[in-house]
Design a protein around this ligand. Structure first.
Ligand SMILES: Cc1cc2nc3c(=O)[nH]c(=O)nc-3n(C[C@H](O)[C@H](O)[C@H](O)COP(=O)(O)O)c2cc1C
Length: 260
């Protein structure tokens, strides 16, 4: 088993985090180091030279979110083996995994395995649930088994090849986010600031009211899901349309796909 596991992830609603932690448990190394990029405003400045890395990102419009690329700008590795995770909301992961593979290789990692896992969709609500409560126990078990299988392979072979994985190069075009953001119900909001504390792009302020700088909102919905008063909601018509499409076309349960 590897001596040390480095967990590198961006995870506003924590589903990606749960999967990378599951994989780390399966890898079984004595030491686990977390590099949580979610609130790391200036990104990660790090050169890795030992152990194994698990790198996890959510899928946004079939791609790696731009904010993840920015936060990994100053990350590099000297041939450290890496397992990759693209976490998607039960629609599709499209080019996200190959984009993450190319990014990891470009930074000096040796990509030895990859997985596409499913997490509750950022746009999921109580009334319109999408992949609600995923990853569940079955997903987490698969994550642990995946980690354990890779640890075994690493023991037998110190030079594992990069596996084939689905996705296209050039990657699909990024969709503009369009300056949309969740809104606050002033009657419910008690200005506790929980939304400010979880926002990964630091666009929310709470003084005598909560304001959101919509241009830099990435629609992750961490503020919606973490508001203790249920005062934040993302009900823009564009997102409402998206939700309806997801419920109509993407309700059939997808299962994790592993590549190694
Ligand atoms: C802007 C945006 C775009 C998304 N695009 C996709 C997508 O293309 N396919 C998909 O299945 N899920 C998509 N999702 C859902 C996320 O991949 C999913 O909610 C993921 O669990 C979030 O990870 P986190 O919990 O680590 O933040 C999108 C979410 C957002 C906010």
């Amino acid at each position: 088993m590897p001596s040390k596991t480095h967990l590198i992830y961006f995870s506003p609603t924590k589903t990606t985090k749960k999967i990378v932690e599951g994989i780390a448990a399966g890898l079984g190394s004595g030491e686990i180091e977390h590099y949580d990029l979610t609130r790391m405003e200036h990104g990660l400045d790090l050169r890795l030279s030992d152990g194994v890395a698990v790198i996890g990102v959510p899928v946004y419009a079939g791609r790696v979110p731009e904010v993840c690329l920015e936060r990994m700008k100053n990350l590099s590795a000297a041939g450290v083996p890496a397992l990759l995770v693209a976490l998607y909301g039960n629609r599709e992961f499209e080019d996200a995994l190959v984009e993450l593979r190319d990014l990891a290789i470009c930074k000096g990692f040796s990509v030895i395995a990859a997985g596409a896992f499913i997490g509750e969709h950022s746009y999921s609500t109580g009334a319109q649930p999408i992949a609600v409560n995923r990853p569940d126990e079955s997903d987490l078990r698969k994550a642990r088994e995946f980690g354990a299988a890779i640890a075994k392979r690493m023991e037998k072979n110190s030079r594992l090849e990069t596996p084939a994985m689905p996705g296209n190069v050039p990657y699909r075009e990024r969709l503009p986010l369009g300056g949309i953001a969740p809104e606050t119900d002033r009657d419910r909001c008690n200005l506790c600031g929980a939304c400010v504390e979880v926002c990964p792009t630091f666009v929310i302020a709470a003084t005598d009211e909560v304001t959101t700088e919509a241009e830099n909102c990435i629609l992750c919905c961490a503020c919606v899901k973490d508001c203790p008063e249920g005062a934040r909601a993302l009900n823009h018509p564009v997102v409402e349309g998206r939700r309806e499409m997801l419920i109509k076309n993407c309700s059939k349960r997808r299962e994790p796909e592993l590549f190694f």
